[in-house]
Ligand binder design. Structure first.
Ligand SMILES: NC(=O)c1ccc[n+]([C@@H]2O[C@H](COP(=O)([O-])OP(=O)(O)OC[C@H]3O[C@@H](n4cnc5c(N)ncnc54)[C@H](O)[C@@H]3O)[C@@H](O)[C@H]2O)c1
Ligand SMILES: *[C@@H]1O[C@H](CO)[C@@H](O)[C@H](O)[C@H]1NC(C)=O
Ligand SMILES: *[C@@H]1O[C@H](CO)[C@@H](O)[C@H](O)[C@H]1NC(C)=O
Ligand SMILES: *[C@@H]1O[C@H](CO)[C@@H](O)[C@H](O)[C@H]1NC(C)=O
Length: 412
């Protein structure tokens, strides 16, 4: 229906990747302005095209009425990695879902997969819009009867946030404020918010509990912390039901192979560890660079807490289920187990079957030795436990999707 064939350039970037981890990397590359303008123009045209085609835009629809027994969830950022997996799970559980995403970083291919799986009227609606556009957001709230919001839409790379801080405060903090205003104006009373362990900064004590002081050290973590503060202050003066989930490092993909993680090629170098591992295994990059082998850990490499996206979206559904007016729940979502970068690399080699080349280098400034969660609060209060705790299994599942989607959602 929609003539899209966005494909990822595989020739790009011989630049080697380094990690630890998604939330902690850095980059010094200059943006390519022309390319960006072309992409922006293309995306805008695409958005307009999709808008014109989408049913329910312009006329009343089932999405505009509350229905007894049906919970209608607005999923912002639902074309992205985690949001698309969450939408899939909600749809499987018979929720009604509206995705709002402006495709700046997400994939129309993920939306098409979801539409293909749930074609029945009244199940899934996609609206292409920018959450920074308050008129568009207010119109969406006026035309749709949402019962709850899961707010995933954001920009989410630590390294990029240090290079473009305004982009982060704008698209995380300011957009969350706009969304809250729209929720308040239209009486939508349940919010599940995507936060991050980056809001904790560099805690002295591990594991991290929800009571660990939040002292974020980069614009990404600060923007998320500010958004949390705005939500919390507002919730004190309203009867909103709020759940704030602070994710640790997210990996994996749908075990049935329908969805995967497919960031824009130009973002990949900002580095999430599993993406780098798959790129190295498929030969897109020459190998992995591990920065720092003399940390005070068992094998000298950094320790992180890797949470599988299937477990993560399960936490969202449980949080939605337990959300109550005037109550705020704040939860770490991690496995509680720290894994070293070396362990991760070994799991990556086994999962992909490729003997990925690894260079061990000196430390990178700004990385800290250990980050892992204490998930006992969410365990006790939401009866949630991580089940995909075998790194090799999570990576094997994700690799299966990567292997058949070498161009992301651009091909299969
Ligand atoms: N991936 C992780 O490891 C991780 C860890 C902690 C927290 N988080 C949080 O989880 C959420 C989802 O992350 P992800 O990894 O799926 O990222 P992603 O980039 O894959 O998805 C984000 C989506 O939001 C959309 N979006 C961004 N700005 C928008 C705007 N102004 N209007 C409309 N849509 C917009 C993008 O197009 C994209 O589809 C983010 O809030 C992120 O901060 C992610
Ligand atoms: C998405 O939103 C950003 C602002 O947050 C804007 O710069 C960009 O042009 C938008 N893209 C589309 C396709 O609307
Ligand atoms: C975020 O905000 C900036 C404005 O500071 C804008 O230029 C950019 O396109 C926005 N959107 C994304 C997805 O970065
Ligand atoms: C907690 O979850 C487990 C596993 O899903 C389930 O068997 C059990 O009944 C749940 N307990 C409660 C109190 O809901």
């Amino acid at each position: 229906m929609i003539p899209v064939n966005r494909s990822r350039s595989l020739t790009r970037g011989a630049s080697p990747w380094s990690f630890p981890g998604m939330d902690y990397s850095d980059s010094r590359r200059k943006p390519h302005i022309i390319g960006k303008l072309v992409i922006a123009a293309f995306l805008t045209a695409l958005c307009i095209f999709i808008l014109k085609q989408s049913p329910g835009f312009g006329g009343p629809s089932v999405f505009s009425r509350h229905e007894l027994g049906v919970t209608h969830v607005l999923v912002t950022g639902g074309a992205g990695y985690i949001g698309s997996h969450a939408a899939l799970r909600l749809l499987k559980e018979s929720y009604r879902v509206t995705i709002v995403d402006n495709l700046s970083r997400g994939n129309i291919g993920a939306i098409k997969v979801l539409q293909g799986l749930f074609p029945e009227p009244g199940r899934l609606q996609f609206i292409c819009a920018d959450l920074g556009d308050s008129r568009a957001v207010n119109r969406i709230f006026a035309e749709n009867a949402f019962d709850a919001v899961m707010h995933f839409a954001a920009v989410a790379y630590v390294g990029e946030s240090t290079l473009q801080p305004l982009r982060y405060y704008h698209n995380i903090t300011a957009n969350t404020l706009l969304l809250l205003e729209a929720m308040s104006a239209h009486g939508v009373k349940t919010l599940i918010y995507s936060s991050t362990c980056a809001t904790y900064g560099e805690p002295k004590q591990m594991p991290i509990t929800e009571g660990t002081p939040q002292v974020p050290i980069n614009p990404y973590g600060k923007a998320k912390k500010m958004a949390e503060d705005i939500i919390l202050d507002f919730s004190k003066k309203s009867n909103m039901a709020v759940m704030i989930l602070r994710y640790f490092n997210v990996i994996g993909s749908d075990p049935e192979g329908r969805l995967g993680e497919a960031p824009r090629p130009e973002l990949r170098e900002h580095g999430r560890i599993s993406g780098a591992c798959f790129d190295a295994a498929s030969g897109i990059i020459p190998g992995l660079k591990v920065r720092g082998t003399d940390y005070p850990t068992n094998d000298g490499t950094c320790i992180r807490d890797y949470i599988d996206v299937t477990d993560l979206v399960d936490a969202h559904v449980k949080a939605l289920d337990k959300a109550r007016p005037e109550k705020v729940g704040i939860y770490n979502v991690g496995t509680g187990k720290g894994r070293s970068v070396k362990e991760f690399v070994e799991a990556c080699k086994k999962a992909t079957g490729v003997d990925v080349k690894v260079d061990y280098l000196g430390r990178r400034p700004g990385d800290y030795a250990k980050v892992y969660s204490d998930p006992s609060k969410i365990n006790q209060e939401l009866n949630w436990t991580a089940r995909y705790v075998d790194l090799e299994e999570s990576l094997s599942i994700a690799w299966r999707w990567q292997k058949v989607h070498r161009n992301g959602y651009g091909s299969s």
